[in-house]
Design a protein around this ligand. Structure first.
Ligand code: ZN
Ligand code: ZN
Length: 248
């Protein structure tokens, strides 16, 4: 397969990715063999623009599809508004807990972000984050990544998520109608878009606390202009949260 002209490397005249040396097919097969290793995809993206373009268009997409096949099928099943062109962001969302190294985003102490091997995302958990007027939206939210014994902050949970077709979602319409506040400085750690403050918009239902096993009103949460969600909560001690889930 010939490399289309627009994808030829402009990085340097001696770059190995000039037409004829490597093709997309070869790169696809190599990374398939590497099981779409995200670290290697990220490293390769830094080599040159042509590789970066292939990573964004093909490799991250295959990574997402392999890591979370059902979720990806669902996210794409009605036109893929919020996924096309954003596979890299979605790939990072699947494997990166953002923590709280972004000054001012959450009202807790600094907790560094980190990669996670595997995270479970749930549409049912996502439902609990939707206010009643928006219950028909589809939102996937991860079970909290637990950072226990964080001093004054206690047991902290971080969760992240993504809306299906966010551009046509009711949550987005409501955020715009309510003239919700965008964070003045911080941006989405996954796609660099601005972030709406869901707490200030009063759009975090109590059901989210119950489902997460968190203290009431302890959730802080943001949604970016592209429909990625990130948030934190104060986790109840395990025995209490078990009671909470029985109470549902
Ligand atoms: Zn974490
Ligand atoms: Zn984002």
């Amino acid at each position: 397969m010939l490399v289309p002209k627009q994808y030829r490397c402009t990085h340097s005249a001696t770059c190995i990715c000039i037409r004829g040396h490597l093709s997309e097919d070869v790169i696809y097969l190599v990374f398939q063999h590497l099981k779409w290793n995200p670290r290697l995809i990220a490293i390769m993206s830094c080599v040159c623009k042509w590789f970066d373009e292939i990573a964004k268009r093909i490799l991250w997409k295959e990574f997402c599809r392999t890591r979370a096949p059902k979720m990806m099928l669902d996210l794409q099943s009605s036109g893929s508004h919020s996924v096309d062109g954003n596979w890299k962001a979605l790939g990072k969302l699947l494997i990166f807990c953002s923590g709280c190294n972004q000054k001012g985003l959450f009202n807790i102490a600094h907790i560094p972000g980190h990669f996670v091997y595997r995270t479970r995302f749930s549409k049912t958990l996502g439902k609990s984050f939707l206010v009643s007027q928006c219950r028909t939206d589809v939102l996937y939210v991860s079970y909290p990544c637990e950072h226990l014994d964080q001093g004054d902050d206690g047991d902290v949970g971080f969760f992240r998520g993504v809306f299906k077709s966010f551009s046509v979602s009711k949550v987005r319409t409501m955020l715009i109608d309510r003239q919700a506040t965008l964070h003045p400085t911080e941006v989405c750690p996954y796609c660099k878009a601005k972030l709406w403050n869901m707490l200030l918009a009063k759009m975090i239902p109590r059901s989210a606390c119950i489902k997460l096993g968190a203290y009431g009103d302890s959730i802080e949460c943001y949604v970016c202009l592209n429909g990625h969600m990130l948030g934190t909560c104060a986790l109840l001690p395990l025995s209490d949260s078990e009671e909470a889930s029985e109470f549902e």
